[in-house]
Design a protein around this ligand. Structure first.
Ligand code: SAH
Length: 230
């Protein structure tokens, strides 16, 4: 009875592949939930794209040229930044050597002049690092929820007190929205390495405290489809 679901998951929800599989069986999926799951999964993919677009437009607005991509992972956002000439120096930092290797591989496809604008370093957001000095803006896309809550105060000092860029852009999942993911069991996080997922109120309370402590101001913006309840 779970055949369609199994096929869909096995093929990682890729519509072109599942369609092909069903075509080979000369059938269409019998279970509408599968199509629904797929739609939501795609919505999730677009969410990442929307996140990048939202951060990019904030960076363009603030006019920063020298950018820190903190917790850059495999360099997908760094790679987006380098396409925009406004950003003359981009420093990507991540704690994971594995992710940095993947980022380096990705950047092999860039032109030499583009590659020159990127520097990649291994480091942790939980230690003061002078290599982060002198940048105008920092972005942390889906990173803070990977830090253990008792270490957040250290992270705050590293970014807001020591590196101290004019602008800091942070994205983090909205835990309230998780109920809209039928495939996500209640109470689960979106990713196995998440240490927390905050409600909008928790995030705003934290951010408000941080800006007061370090002399910044803050604005909050949503990303993705606006759900009136969550
Ligand atoms: N910003 C990227 C990746 C987000 S995943 C993107 O949007 O695609 C979170 C990343 O944070 C991972 O690559 C992980 O290695 C990194 N990370 C987790 N703890 C960290 C720490 N203490 N210091 C620096 N990076 C960290």
């Amino acid at each position: 009875p779970k055949r369609d679901l199994i096929i869909d998951r096995y093929l990682k929800h890729q519509r072109t592949l599942t369609n092909e599989a069903f075509r080979l069986m000369d059938e269409t999926p019998s279970n509408p939930a599968v199509q629904d799951d797929e739609r939501l999964f795609e919505e999730n993919l677009h969410l990442n794209q929307k996140r990048y677009e939202a951060v990019l437009s904030e960076l363009e607005l603030c006019g920063a040229k020298r950018i820190l991509d903190l917790g850059c992972g495999e360099g997908r956002f760094t790679n987006t930044l380098v396409e925009h000439a406004q950003f003359t120096n981009i420093l990507g930092l991540d704690v994971s050597h594995h992710e940095l290797r993947r980022a380096n591989k990705r950047f092999e496809r860039l032109s030499p002049t583009q590659r020159q604008r990127i520097e990649l370093i291994q480091g942790s957001l939980l230690y003061r690092d002078m290599r982060l000095d002198g940048y105008e803006a920092a972005v942390l896309i889906e990173v803070i929820e990977h830090l253990d809550p008792p270490r957040l105060s250290t992270f705050e000092r590293v970014v807001f007190e020591y590196a101290h860029p004019n602008t800091v852009i942070i994205t983090t999942p909205n835990a309230e929205y998780n109920v809209r993911w039928p495939s996500l069991p209640a109470g689960n996080f979106r990713h196995f390495d998440h240490r927390f997922e905050w409600t909008r109120n928790q995030f705003q309370t934290w951010a408000q405290t941080v800006v007061e402590k370090f002399g910044y101001t803050v604005t909050f913006k949503p990303i993705g489809p606006n759900d009136p309840e969550v």
